[in-house]
Design a protein around this ligand. Sequence first.
Ligand code: UTP
Length: 289
Amino acid sequence: MVRKAIIPAAGLGTRMLPATKAVPKEMLTIVDKPVIQYVVEEAIDSGIAHILVITSKGKNSMRDHFSKDFPNAAYYREKGKTEVLERLETIGHCKIEFIEQSDLNGLGGAIYLGKDFIGDEPFAVLLGDTICDFEDRNPVLGQLIDVYNQFKSSVTAIEEVPADYVNRYGIMGGDALSDGIYKVSQWVEKPEPELAPSRLAIAARYVFTPAIFQCLEKTTKGRNNELQVTDAMHNLLNAEDMYGLQFKGTRFDVGNPLGFIKTNLHFGLKEAKMGEELRDWLGNETPGL
Ligand code: UTP
């Protein structure tokens, strides 16, 4: 069973400066919730019971956000404001821990910090700056866990990207089986378009067997002098089968200004109350108050 998850959220957020000077990018607001709350909710809705968030210096607000001991709770309790108190609750039945990544040596380095927390179990990884929306009742991580349960092997969310975007992502090579599932034969980190084995890109959600930790130990630093999880995944192929899943849903990368605005519009338009007004406002040629 996949019960534990790691959420890497230690990155610098350079592309979102100056917003991220004092506020972690994972704490930026999408409609009325910080990005990381969407990510934690996806994990919980997928059956995860225990989460480790990888954080870094200056990112304490993430810990504060998930604390049960929130400021002003006593005030609202005294006033009998139960509706407000419900909105302050950020986690359901899930335990969240935090660990600091002092050396920002990449996503692989962030995941490796979860080795002791995970122990000898399969586990999920959800990037803390990416929200995955879905249509049916099964979140994207839940879809990956279903594939893990079928094959008992690592599974990565993949999506097709335009040819000139492949050098921004980890790219998969492999063969299609059925229902969007692929058997992986190679992983390449940010290849130039002419060298890419496909246009299928890693999409911010993974389920790994614990064998990935031994691969991370053996993997040397790659692109940008960072420990690349994609390189460790490629090494894992020598020991185990791996699968890719073209999931049902949409990935929203909140770590750049355009992605951030698109994500806010997407979730704003979905809101029952504000969606209609927002749609009208967007349709207006000279939108104002
Ligand atoms: P990104 O590479 O998009 O994050 O990592 P970044 O480094 O913050 O981006 P820029 O280039 O400076 O804008 C994807 C996810 O992995 C985490 C990030 O916090 C983000 O959620 N991450 C990245 C870590 O936890 N540790 C790292 O060393 C790098």
